[in-house]
Design a protein. Structure first.
Lengths: 194, 194
DNA sequence: GACAGCCTACCTATCAGAAGGTAGGCATAT
DNA sequence: ATATGCCTACCTTCTGATAGGTAGGCTGTC
């Protein structure tokens, strides 16, 4: 509880749930005020401008993502298991509508109209995620569990892009199961059969 | 020239170029009016509501996509060549910023806040594109040029998702070449080497 | 050929509501 | 007594949308 009050947390949580629905321009301070139960002006007290709110929101999202990756790293040592834990996490989120899509994937599509500060956070998330995936894939290859046809970083970019695209498909078809379905043939190729 | 005046065409073209920048809520009638050189009210004369404009815009986009697929089908008979023509098309569009992202991929991310009529068009595009990709992949497999590990339709969903995700990555990194780079390892796996 | 009737395309003017944001007041807690 | 958290009350600008009007072009009828 180092720098965040309860209300500020509520505002961020609410903004996140609204932003995954319709993006940066898809929600307003009034929407948040209605849900959290305070006035518009009070949100400005915590986050002077919308850009501050969203930058903080994405920064916190990234922190949680880091924690998630660390948790996977510490709970499972098997690279294939780690990959499955990652995709399984999203499969669950999308299925139960906890988080129907990755905040940064959605914001990436709107980058040209996003405040610079937010763009930097989104870009940093892409870099961090693909970097982690690259280490997992590389270790899997070294252990003979994963079959790569390109350098780990390139394979990681493919993997991340597929995950993001699968999120779009699940949304477009309005079929949560489409996420796992679109991903399956890639996992089938990556994972060495025995 | 069956049902569209010059001005109406201009409005649609302008709206499309604006929508790929920032999505449904990322542009306004005022923006279009400024570019096309008419008044806001005149746009309402052609398209009573914003939903009408965007539905028409996406419908036309889909028609062009159909023509594009037909053109690829008629100019090249080789499935691998057809796949490369498709990805190459987007590679060019993204590189020269003609169309930095697929209209429907972008709109898919905002589906929960889109008018129903628009959602139906976007969904139809996803279905049509994946269906076409499935036929290409299937024929490639039959000819021994493409290596599938799942049914053609499932592989098509993977391929489409990867293309869309790669568009997001190109945008997030602000590196057009990331589109082709993210796609390469998948093409490497799909295309049978000899 | 002239008139009426109707259509298309655009205009000005205006609207109500929502947007993000500001100024200043009043409690409570430290 | 100073800072925090939230409030009321505004403001400005933008949003999609409407009303009502004008100019010009067809078409049919007398």
């Amino acid at each position: 509880m180092r720098n965040a009050s309860k209300t500020s947390d509520d505002i961020l949580a609410c903004a996140r749930s609204l932003i995954v629905i319709g993006g940066y321009n898809g929600f307003s301070y009034a929407d948040i005020a209605g849900v959290v139960g305070i006035r518009k002006a009070s949100i400005h007290h915590h986050f002077p401008a919308k850009a501050d709110l969203v930058r903080t929101l994405v920064a916190r999202y990234r922190e949680e993502a880091r924690e998630g990756m660390a948790a996977i790293e510490s709970h499972r040592s098997d690279p294939v298991e780690q990959l499955r834990a990652y995709t399984g996490y999203w499969e669950t989120c999308i299925a139960d509508a906890t988080a129907p899509i990755c905040v940064c994937a959605l914001l990436a599509s709107e980058i040209p109209i996003l405040p610079d500060e937010v763009v930097l956070e989104v870009r940093a998330h892409f870099r961090a995620l693909s970097a982690w995936l690259a280490t997992v894939l590389e270790r899997g290859e070294q252990m003979g569990q994963i079959d790569l046809v390109a350098p780990p970083q390139a394979e990681a970019e493919l993997f991340m892009a597929t995950v993001h695209g699968a999120m779009l498909s699940a949304r477009a078809y309005d079929k949560p199961e489409m996420f796992g379905a679109a991903l399956a043939p890639l996992l089938g190729r990556l994972i060495v059969q025995n």
